[in-house]
Design a protein around this ligand. Structure first.
Ligand code: ADP
Length: 885
C-alpha cells in the first residue's frame, strides 16, 4: 500500500476523505476524533466538541495538539499516537490525564486505532472518554498503574491487578498476557477471560482473598491453561494473591504476582525420576553409600545403611551417622572425616559399627570429594563396607606379629627380622646385636648400612633370593667375617633365613636365627689337623694300625695294613679286618671285641692274620679305647704287631724244653728214688745206731727238696706241651676237697718252715675231679703265696661255699701284690710281672697258666683279688658233688 501525505491529495480526494471521516464520527456517541497521518483533525464527534467546549468543525485541519490552545498537547497522548502510527497497532483503554482548565485535570480512557481510508490514507481513530464513578482510578492508582506498566511490564514475573468482587482484569503485564495465551482480558472478569480457571479452584481462591483480606501464596500449583483452540498447557505456578485496599482500607482488588515454575518443576520431576532410578540402583548395591553436602552434613544414605544400623533417615542426618560407631572409634572417625571434608580430600577410616542386632563389626569407610562442573566443592561421596572378617584376621596377624616380636626379643638364640628389599633391620634381639658386635642403633636401618663388612660376602644376595623365591635358606657352619670393636673377626655360624608372609601370603620380610658354632668348627678343624698328624704317624709306624668309631666300625687303616692285605682302604673297610683273623682265633677275638665295645675295656690277644699271599702270620693285637672327658668311648685304635718270629722261637723253646724234660725226667726220677731210698735206709740205721756223726740226713733232705722242685718243673713243662697239644688228660674221681687241701698244706709244711699256713674250712665237701691236677693248682697257689710274700708269715687258706652247689678254695697272702693291669696277663703263658728284683723270684711263668687251664677244663673259675703292695688272694671255684657243714 502506497501512502501519501494528505496534502498530496486532490481536492476531490480530500472531499472524499473528509466525508469518510465525518461519516465515522457522525454515528459514534463517544468523544472521538479522526486524525490524518499528520495528526490533524479530519473530523470529530459532537460529543468530542461538547466535551472539549469547541465549536463543531471549527478545528478541522488543525493539529490535534493545537486544539484549545494545546489542551491535548500532553506528552503521554502524543507518544501514544506516535506509537500507534509507527506500529500500526491500536491502543486500548490507556488512562491519561488531561487538563480541563477550570475543571482541573481529569482521567481519560484513551483508545486509538489505525484504519485505512478509501483513498488509501491512514487515519487514526482517537477516542477520549472521561472516566467516571467506580471506573475512575485514583491519582495514586494512576501513578501506580503507570509505574506498573512502565516497570512491571518488563518484570520477569507475570503480574496482573484485578478489580472488584468479580475480579475484573485491570492490568496485566506482557508476561501475564503471554501466560494465559495472549488473550484479550483487560476489562473482563477472570471467569470470563480465563474460564478454565474456575474448574481448578482459582476463582474460589480469589474470592477467599477478596472476602477475607488474607493473602494467599500458591506453591508450585498446577494449572491447565488454554493456549489455543482445544489446546491446553499444563503449568506450575508460584503465585501470590495480595489483596488491594482502597483509602478506606477495604479490599477492592487483588494483585496477583505469578511466576511460572513449570520448567523447574518439570526438570526437578525429571531429576527426581532419574534420581529415583539412581537410588534404586544405589540401594541395590551391596555396600553402604553415603553423600554429604558442602557443609559436611550427611544428605543421603542408601537403604543398606538403615537396614544395617537400624537408624531412620532423621537419625542419620547431618552427623547422626556417627552415633552407631563404637565409642572408642568415634572420635578418630569424626576427626578423620571432618579433616578430609575441610581439606576436600579423600577420606578413609575403619571403625566398629553397631549393627541392629547389637553387635559391633569392623567396617571400612572411604569417601572422596565431589565437585560440580564449575569445580565447586559439593560435598563428599563414599561407601562403607564390612571388613569384619579381614579385620579379625588382620588382628590375628598383628597379634601374631606381636607375639613374633615377643618371641624374637625373648629368644636366647640370636634372632633378627629384616623387611623390604633393603633388608631393613626391623627387629634384632640382644643376642643378635651381641653376635654382630654392634649396638641397638642398628635397628631400623638397612642391613648393609648396619654391617658394611657384609659387602663382598654372599649373605645379602642370599637374603634377596629368599625374599624373591620364598625358599628357606639353611646355613651350616658358614664362615662370616664381622667387624667387632674395629677388628675383623672370623666366626662360623649355623643359621636360617626364613621368609615371613603376611595374611595374603605375600613375603614381607625374613626371619634370621643364628647360632655361633665357631668353637665347635675350630675344634673340628684342630681335630682334622691332629687326625692328619695321626695318619702321618700311623703310616710311619711299623705295625698295622687301624681306627674304628665307638661302635667298632672301621674308619681307617694305615699303609702297612694296605700293604699286608693288598687291599685298598675302602675295600678293607667293606670287608672288615676281622675277616683276616685265623679261624681258630676269630671267634675268641669277636667275643672279646664285643665285650670291649660294651665295657670300654682294652683288648690284647695273639692271633694270626692272613696276608695277601694267603699266609697266616702271628700278631699281637691290641685294641685300645680313646675316651672323651666324660669317660665315654670316642674311638678305638687297634695295633697289630707281628710276633711270628717270637712265636717261632717260643715254639722252638717249648720243643727244646719238652725234649730236655723228657730226657731229664728219667734220670731225675731215679735220683729222687735213690735219695728217698737213702733217706729211709738212713732213718733205719739211725734208729739202730742211734747217732751218726756225718750230716747225711740234712744233705739228703736238701737233695730231695731240690729234686722235688726239679721234678715239678719238668712235669710242668711237660704239662705245658700237653696243653699245647691238647693232650692234657684229666681223671674223674670223687674225693674230699678238704682232705686234699689239708694234705697239700701238710706236704708243703715239710719243706717250708718260714711261713705259717692257716687252714679254715667253712664246710666239708666232695668234688668230682682230677685229684692230682687240683692238688697241683693248690700247690701252685700256696707256693706262689710263699714265694711272693717274703716279708710276711701268714698265709690263709679258706674253703668256703660259693653258692648252693659250688665251693671256693682261696689262698691269701700279704706279700708284694699285683697291679690291676697285670691281673689278666699273669695267667698267660710265660708271663711274669717285671719287678726290679726279678732275680729274687725265680720262675718260668708257667704255673698260673696251667692252673687256669686245669680249672677251666673242670668247668670251674679261677679268680684273683690283689692290690700292688697289699698281698693277693688267688682262688678257684669248682662244682661240688656233696656239701656238708
Ligand atoms: P712263676 O711263679 O714261675 O713266675 P706263675 O705262673 O706261677 O710263674 O706266676 C706267674 C707270675 O705271677 C709270677 O711271675 C708273679 O709275678 C705273679 N704271681 C703269682 N703269684 C703271686 C703272688 N701270690 N703274689 C705276687 N705275685 C704273684
Amino acid at each position: 500500500m502506497v501512502e501519501s501525505d494528505a496534502t498530496d491529495l486532490s481536492e476531490k480526494e480530500e472531499i472524499i476523505l473528509n466525508k469518510y471521516a465525518s461519516q465515522l464520527t457522525q454515528t459514534i456517541r463517544e468523544p472521538l476524533l479522526v486524525l490524518d497521518k499528520k495528526l490533524r483533525v479530519l473530523s470529530g464527534t459532537s460529543n468530542f466538541y461538547s466535551s472539549f467546549k469547541l465549536e463543531e468543525n471549527s478545528i478541522n485541519g488543525v493539529s490535534v495538539f493545537d486544539l484549545n490552545e494545546g489542551q491535548l498537547n500532553n506528552p503521554d497522548f502524543r507518544s501514544t499516537l506516535e506509537e500507534v502510527l509507527k506500529t500500526d497497532e491500536g491502543i486500548n483503554n490507556k488512562i491519561i490525564e488531561i487538563d480541563f482548565r477550570e475543571k482541573g485535570k481529569k482521567q481519560v480512557s484513551l483508545n486509538v486505532s489505525s484504519i485505512w481510508s478509501p483513498v488509501k490514507k491512514r487515519l487514526l481513530l482517537v477516542s477520549l472518554k472521561k472516566l467516571k464513578g467506580k471506573n475512575k482510578i485514583s491519582k495514586k492508582k494512576l501513578v501506580f498503574n503507570q509505574v506498573f506498566e512502565n516497570i512491571l511490564s518488563k518484570a520477569p514475573a507475570a503480574i496482573c491487578a484485578l478489580r472488584g468482587p468479580d475480579h475484573i482484569f485491570e492490568l496485566a503485564n506482557e508476561n501475564y498476557i503471554e501466560l494465559i495465551g495472549n488473550r484479550d482480558i483487560i476489562g473482563k472478569s477472570v471467569k470470563e477471560a480465563v474460564p478454565e480457571a474456575s474448574g481448578q479452584g482459582f476463582i474460589e481462591l480469589l474470592d477467599k482473598v477478596y472476602t477475607t483480606g488474607e493473602p494467599y501464596i500458591g506453591d508450585e500449583t498446577k494449572i491447565k491453561l488454554k493456549v489455543g483452540e482445544n489446546k491446553f498447557k499444563r503449568s506450575y505456578l508460584n503465585f501470590v494473591y495480595q489483596p488491594i485496599r482502597n483509602q478506606q482500607g477495604e479490599v477492592d482488588g487483588i494483585f496477583a504476582h505469578v511466576v511460572d515454575v513449570t520448567e523447574q518443576v518439570e526438570a526437578r520431576e525429571k531429576a527426581q525420576k532419574s534420581q529415583d532410578v539412581l537410588s534404586e540402583v544405589i540401594d541395590a548395591v551391596p555396600a553402604i553409600i553415603w553423600i554429604t553436602d558442602n557443609e559436611g552434613m550427611s544428605t543421603f544414605l542408601n537403604k543398606k545403611w538403615y537396614s544395617y544400623t537400624g537408624q531412620n533417615i532423621e537419625e542419620a542426618k547431618g552427623l547422626g551417622w556417627l552415633k552407631p560407631i563404637h565409642p572408642e572409634d568415634v572420635e578418630d572417625t569424626k576427626n578423620a572425616f571432618l579433616e578430609a571434608h575441610s581439606q576436600q580430600k579423600d577420606y578413609s577410616s575403619s571403625f566398629r559399627l553397631l549393627n541392629k542386632r547389637g553387635q559391633y563389626c569392623w567396617v571400612l569407610d572411604k569417601g572422596s570429594p565431589k565437585f560440580n562442573a564449575a569445580g565447586e566443592y559439593e560435598g563428599m561421596i563414599g561407601t562403607v563396607i564390612d571388613i569384619n572378617d579381614e579385620k579379625i584376621k588382620e588382628n590375628l596377624v598383628r597379634e601374631k606379629d606381636h607375639r613374633l616380636q615377643g618371641i624374637v626379643q625373648e629368644a636366647t638364640v640370636a634372632t633378627a627380622i629384616y623387611t623390604g628389599e633393603d633388608m631393613n633391620i626391623e627387629l634384632a634381639n640382644d643376642a643378635m646385636i651381641a653376635l654382630w658386635g654392634k649396638d641397638k642403633s642398628v635397628i631400623g636401618i638397612p642391613l648393609y648400612h648396619a654391617l658394611p663388612e657384609l659387602d663382598g660376602q654372599p649373605f645379602l644376595d642370599i637374603l634377596r633370593n629368599v625374599l624373591k623365591t620364598g625358599e628357606i635358606y639353611w646355613g651350616k657352619e658358614e664362615k662370616v667375617d664381622l667387624m667387632i670393636d674395629g677388628e675383623m673377626h672370623t666366626g662360623y655360624y649355623n643359621f636360617t633365613y626364613k621368609p615371613l608372609r603376611d595374611k595374603n601370603g605375600d613375603i614381607y620380610g625374613i626371619l634370621n636365627m643364628a647360632i655361633d658354632v665357631t668353637d665347635s668348627v675350630k675344634s673340628k678343624m684342630l681335630l682334622k689337623e691332629s687326625e692328619f698328624h695321626f695318619r702321618q704317624m700311623a703310616d710311619l709306624m711299623p705295625g698295622m694300625v687301624s681306627k674304628t668309631d665307638a661302635k667298632g666300625n672301621d674308619i681307617y687303616f694305615n699303609k702297612n695294613w694296605l700293604d699286608f692285605t693288598g687291599k685298598s682302604s675302602a675295600s678293607l673297610r667293606e670287608i672288615g679286618w676281622i675277616e683276616y683273623i685265623h679261624p681258630e682265633e676269630k671267634n675268641t677275638f669277636i667275643k672279646e671285641w664285643e665285650n670291649c665295645i660294651d665295657t670300654g675295656c682294652n683288648l690284647e690277644m695273639q692271633l694270626r692274620l692272613k696276608n695277601k699271599e694267603g699266609k697266616y702270620i702271628w700278631h699281637l693285637s691290641r685294641c685300645e679305647a680313646v675316651k672323651e672327658d666324660d669317660g665315654s668311648v670316642k674311638m678305638w685304635i687297634a695295633a697289630n704287631t707281628e710276633i711270628d718270629k717270637i712265636k717261632e722261637e717260643e715254639k722252638r723253646k717249648e720243643e727244646f724244653l719238652k725234649m730236655v724234660s723228657h730226657e731229664l725226667k728219667t734220670p731225675v726220677t731215679s735220683i729222687k728214688g735213690y735219695v728217698q731210698l737213702l733217706l729211709s735206709l738212713l732213718k733205719k740205721q739211725q734208729e739202730e745206731a742211734e747217732t751218726s756223726k756225718l750230716p747225711l740226713k740234712p744233705s739228703l733232705e736238701r737233695i730231695n727238696h731240690q729234686v722235688t722242685r726239679l721234678t715239678r718243673l719238668i712235669s710242668e713243662i711237660l704239662d705245658l706241651s700237653r696243653v699245647r697239644e691238647n693232650q692234657l688228660e684229666l681223671r674223674n674221681e670223687e674225693f674230699s676237697l678238704n682232705d686234699l687241701v689239708a694234705e697239700t698244706i701238710q706236704d708243703i709244711n715239710y719243706t717250708n718252715t718260714q711261713h705259717k699256713i692257716n687252714l679254715e674250712s667253712e664246710m666239708q665237701c666232695n668234688v668230682l675231679a682230677d685229684r692230682d691236677r687240683i692238688g697241683q693248682v693248690i700247690i701252685n697257689f700256696v707256693m706262689n703265696a710263699i714265694k711272693y710274700s717274703p716279708g710276711s708269715q701268714n698265709i690263709n687258706v679258706k674253703i668256703t661255699r660259693e653258692d648252693k652247689n659250688r665251693v671256693r678254695v682261696g689262698v691269701k697272702d700279704f706279700g708284694i701284690g699285683i697291679g690291676a693291669e697285670n691281673h689278666k696277663k699273669i695267667f698267660n703263658r710265660f708271663y711274669r710281672v717285671g719287678v726290679k728284683s726279678e732275680e729274687t723270684y725265680s720262675g718260668f711263668g708257667i704255673g698260673l697258666y696251667l692252673a687256669k687251664e686245669i680249672i677251666e677244663r673242670h668247668n670251674g673259675d679261677i679268680q684273683l683279688k690283689s692290690k700292688l703292695g697289699e698281698g693277693s688272694e688267688f682262688s678257684f671255684i669248682l662244682n661240688a658233688t656233696q656239701i656238708t657243714s
